[in-house]
Design a protein around this ligand. Structure first.
Ligand code: ADP
Ligand code: MG
Length: 290
């Protein structure tokens, strides 16, 4: 399938990030609802062609733990690259925990276990294709109507990363210590970000910056991460297995931090693996759907 800009009817805006805008669209030829992400890029046609070539890799991704990709094209008078992906009706984990927080609840440990398992399986899949995610955080973990948990916005296009980096003002709070120090990205760097994500989702609030220090520069943040104890997951409802899983994710030295394959063998995953969970009903409850 080849998606063209002229075949899409724009519906509502789903969200806005540092890099672009996401809108709900209808693809008329297939009558399918999609999410279209539009990113302003370098206006150089050679750069844009390169980005589109690199994004074509997304077509080869096929996993229940990865958001499906439908196509990419130049948009808005060729100033923008748009990519169309699976519409995940329940939104991101950030949308969900904020909603749960409004309702006065928290996301319980069984769901944290499913999130951890799905993210690790998604990372294992990406790793098998020699891709490192690079941007694991609650807003890049999406949930479908039936409660499937999927990864999006991973770094497949070096050109797109460069192009966006020039204007990037987004948050670096999820970056592993080795990344902040400018060292090479490794698959373990994504596991660090998963640890921070689990804390954030469980407490309805980001783990970093630390409470009381809301505006850290990148240098102060690095200093904090290197010198201070890492954040921990807290709460009476949190098991020792869960606490330890997060602590292992937040191992400061990447040499001793496991990758996603080994994290899937952690007792926290085993603890909840065979427990029936209806994530579809949970999502319905959170959003008040019938
Ligand atoms: P960020 O990830 O930094 O929030 P994005 O531009 O990637 O910025 O996404 C903005 C928001 O759009 C997300 O937080 C999410 O609520 C929504 N969104 C992104 N992709 C999808 C999708 N495929 N389906 C449904 N909602 C999406
Ligand atoms: Mg995103």
């Amino acid at each position: 399938m080849e998606v063209k800009a002229s075949e899409l009817d724009t519906m509502e805006r789903l969200g806005e990030g540092a890099a672009g805008t996401v809108r709900k669209v209808l693809h008329r030829p297939t009558n399918r609802i999609m999410a279209k992400k539009s990113i302003s890029t370098d206006p150089d046609p050679a750069v844009q062609r390169q980005i589109l070539r690199e994004l074509a890799f997304l077509r080869t991704c096929n996993s229940p733990h990865i958001v499906s990709f439908y196509g990419a094209f130049l948009d808005d008078g060729d100033t923008t690259v748009s990519l169309c992906m699976e519409f995940c009706e329940a939104g991101s984990l950030e949308d969900i925990y904020k909603r749960a927080s409004l309702l006065g609840g928290v996301i319980g440990e069984p769901f944290l276990a499913r999130i951890a398992e799905s993210v690790c399986k998604g990372l294992v899949y990406l790793h098998s294709k020699r891709v490192i995610h690079r941007d694991i955080k609650p807003s890049n973990i999406l949930v479908t109507r039936s409660g499937e948990i999927k990864l999006c916005d991973f770094g497949v296009s070096g050109e797109l990363i460069n192009s966006v980096a020039q204007t990037f003002t987004g948050t670096q709070y999820y970056m592993a210590p080795e990344r902040i120090q400018g060292n090479a990205y490794q698959v373990q760097s994504d596991i660090w970000s998963l640890g921070l994500t689990l804390i954030e989702v469980s407490q309805n609030c980001p783990a970093l910056p630390p409470p009381g220090q809301p505006h850290l520069s990148i240098f102060e943040l690095l200093d904090f991460i290197v010198r201070q104890p890492v954040p921990v997951i807290e709460g009476a409802h949190i098991s020792e297995e869960c606490r330890n899983f997060v602590a292992v994710c937040l191992t400061k030295d990447p040499q001793y931090r496991p990758g996603p394959n080994r994290m899937l063998e952690h007792p926290f995953i085993a603890l909840w693996e065979n427990v029936e969970m209806d994530l579809g009903s949970w999502v319905k409850e959170v959003w008040g759907w019938d």
